[in-house]
Design a protein around this ligand. Sequence first.
Ligand SMILES: Nc1ncnc2c1ncn2[C@@H]1O[C@H](COP(=O)(O)OP(=O)(O)OP(=O)(O)O)[C@@H](O)[C@H]1O
Length: 566
Amino acid sequence: MFNSNTSVLNDLWPFLRLSGRYGGRFSLGFLLGLVTLVSSVGLLALSGWFITATALAGLTVATAQVFNFLTPGAGVRGFSIARTAGRYGERLVSHDATFRLLAHLRTWFFEKVEPLAPSGLRKYRQADLLNRLVADIDTLDGLYLRLVSPLLLAVAGSCALVILAAIYSGSVAILLAIILSVCLLVLPALFFRLGRQPGEDLVRERSQLRVQLLDYVAGQTELQLLGAVSRYRTRVEQAEEKVLTTEHQVNRVTALSLLLITALTVSTVTGVLWFGARDMAVAGLSGPLVVMLVLATMAAFEAIMPLPGAFQMLGQTQRAASRLRDITEQKPTVVFPEKSIKGVSPEGRVKLQSVEFSYVPSVPVLQNFDLTLEAGERVALMGATGCGKSSVLQLLTRDWPLGRGSIELDGLPLEQFCEQDLRSRMAVMPQRIHIFSASLRDNLLLACGDRSSEVDDRELLKILEQVGLDHLATEDQLLDIWLGSAGRALSGGEQRRVGLARVLLRLRDSKCRLVLLDEPTEGLDPETEKKMVEVLEQLLGDRTLLVVTHRHALLKLVQRVVRVGN
Ligand SMILES: Nc1ncnc2c1ncn2[C@@H]1O[C@H](COP(=O)(O)OP(=O)(O)OP(=O)(O)O)[C@@H](O)[C@H]1O
């Protein structure tokens, strides 16, 4: 039990600490919750006392004439207004704080994930990452709203009820103190135990279902062509079945908690009535006060009621927190300094010496690899499929950490450049071009970074014409045409030309002296390829070029060829 408590705390602590940022709002939410609870108890207790006392006062004319109706009436109105206003304010403030916290958590998580890409994220599937970013962070919204706040309110409500009872009846106060202590100590521990395993399973199984569902939807074309739709659908249905079975278990625990809490409320109220009635006979406690204590107890149990559910959910919350920590506590394999160690002017000189590299230990990709490019030199990397050509470019962009050897740019080790400085010196066209679900304009302008406002539509249209993509800018929509998953689909060749257009836009920056192209004309017909080579020839000027290619047409651009591998 001790171990499981420390692991719960370990997993939740970073998130509790982050919520400290909104401590003021959460404290105000708690205070308003307290006002609501006190008003609820006050309303029910005073109403009970008032109705009973009024009925008793009405038995004789003399007592009816002296009975003060006004003050308790005003109290009932006051409590009911305070309860409504308190509840409204509490919901407003605590939900606002929770949404702010969730937004902050998502940015925080994204900032932690970003430096890990791509090497640190290799073992996670995209759908799994998305699931952590959305569903797991959503699960954490229960941490304050369903756990911390109800627990504090239950403790505060229980203390207040025992103090109120102690003013009028010692025996009722002792009874309440015993039952409420048991509720506060036993119920959370019991329902944490009962809910932990199904809760953890549910988070894991829901994540697996989402991953499989996404695979099933994204791979529909292949599945249909290969006749594997029904096999994949069966896998998705099996994953769904598991989720439903676990949800059933969770619901059974919830039902048990409701049964238990209702039974506890009824027996406590009966106990208060019994001890109150005894005090009426023995200690002269008045009837209206007994009714007041009974109704106050019923109202105070409203604060106890959410506790079993909250602790039942703790397993899910802890599992979600631990899945997030899994990623956020990883150290990035590639770290950039805050600032470049030394300022050197961009020339585009590159030197790789005795480079060793592997993605997976014991499977070397590059061994003792050397390559030198003088400023303005143009070199093609060639070699058999899988020999490591793209890996050379990925080492130059620092997507992956270098194993052994050294890589220098403009005479300085690559590790001494801050990320912004390094990126600004290079124009890169990767092997796979990602088309964002955005307008054609935005898909191009992302190559310009902070300087995108300096590029107007005329210039973009000219670049589109140069790479042979001017047909995309239709007459009615021009550059507003939507691309990506929800827009116009692009052929493989068109996607490569979008990549080339981005490179040409990068070349507007005079600091950009090194051009790295990974199979830039793959998938283009010979005519278009020839045109691309001419455009590149025209725009490269005296910049350094390192191009990975299997195509002979591109060799016109370069001065020498370096072969990778044997
Ligand atoms: N992220 C990765 N994780 C593990 N192995 C990888 C990864 N990326 C590439 N590899 C492997 O490393 C080797 C070199 O890959 P690389 O992409 O550099 O080859 P290439 O010469 O550019 O191939 P191609 O001509 O087919 O593009 C290949 O065997 C490839 O399967």
